[in-house]
Write a protein that binds this ligand. Structure first.
Ligand code: SER
Length: 314
């Protein structure tokens, strides 16, 4: 009854949903409280507790934390890059007020450990394109990137001034089959699989040559669980850790998929998301994550392609 529990905000999202399932496998269904702003039409995550929580509402989160004896929060609610460009103030409000709510709850002693994802979107045109070091010039130009970069600084501030144990990763584009992404620039690399398995042609909103850092969902979950299980004194980065697995272009992933579907076809129709993608780096150096908590990705492009097709064609 007194066992400490985990609360996931944004549990129906692209990463929140498989993360909830993974944490339930590890800790047991009853110890992992899933929450989102709306109910799930598809009735996923019904194997454990689910609550309606608006991550921008401090009191709603606090009530749930008290009710369930929560000590760890994963804040996965966010507006992604493409949608954020269309709704800048809403994006700022959701991405930052939810974070400040959780940081303040931890400062007040209601939460012990926080996970908050950052992104490669914190980097900008003045950042080196290749092998971006942990500490570098950032200057993001997208609304989403600005919110994540500010969020990183808030995390470090609450850690340094109030001892808040907040842990963060700069996720690259995440490729998952469990749920559709919404409103990201790297999402083409998920949509492309859905079209391929349905035997439909793919219209890509990025140019063929646009190389971006990417990662298969299993690697992203592994990294998340690893950093959360690490002894706090080993963590030397309290903004957010660089995290890397693979980098590829739309043309490269198309060719990889075509080895399974030889008739698959692609057309390129770049839109406003091209300039967001162009402002981000091609590849990331994650030396510090490897050194501090033993990070090591497992999936390359071929393995990712195989895993996605195997899961989606069922
Ligand atoms: N996948 C995200 C996006 O495209 C990047 O963090 O918005």
């Amino acid at each position: 009854m007194n066992q400490k529990k985990i609360l996931i905000l944004g549990a129906l999202g692209q990463i929140g949903s498989p993360l909830t399932q993974k944490l339930r496998q590890i800790y047991g269904n009853e110890l992992v409280i899933a929450s989102d702003i709306k109910h799930d039409k598809n009735n996923r995550l019904t194997d454990g507790p689910f609550e309606l929580i608006d991550a921008t509402n401090y009191q709603q989160i606090l009530n749930s934390i008290k009710r369930h004896n929560v000590d760890t929060v994963y804040l996965m609610a966010a507006m992604l890059s493409a949608t954020s460009e269309k709704h800048p103030e809403k994006a700022w409000n959701l991405n930052l007020s939810s974070l400040l709510n959780i940081l303040n709850l931890a400062k007040a002693g209601y939460v012990k450990t926080i996970f908050w994802p950052s992104s490669i979107a914190v980097f900008g045109p003045t950042t080196p394109k290749e092998n971006v070091p942990q500490q570098t010039l950032m200057e993001p130009t997208s609304v989403y990137g600005i919110s994540k970069a500010a969020g990183e600084d808030w995390c470090a501030y609450y850690h340094n001034n109030f001892g808040v144990d907040v842990r963060s990763l700069r996720y690259p584009g995440i490729i998952s089959w469990q749920s559709l992404p919404g409103g990201g620039t790297t999402d083409y690399a998920v949509d492309i699989f859905h079209k391929a398995v349905k035997g439909q042609p793919f219209s890509c909103f990025l140019e063929a040559r646009t190389k971006l850092p990417m990662m298969y969902i299993d690697d992203a979950l592994e990294a998340t669980i690893k950093i959360m299980n690490c002894a706090p004194k080993k963590l030397t980065v309290r903004t957010s850790y660089n995290l890397s697995a693979i980098s590829f272009t739309p043309e490269e992933i198309f060719n990889s998929i075509r080895s399974y579907y030889p008739l698959f076809s692609i057309e390129y129709h770049p839109d406003f998301r091209q300039s967001i993608a162009d402002s981000w780096p091609n590849s990331i150096n994650d030396f510090q994550a490897r050194k501090d908590w033993g990070w090591e990705p497992k999936f390359n492009l071929q393995e990712l392609t195989k895993a996605m097709i195997e899961h989606l064609k069922l």
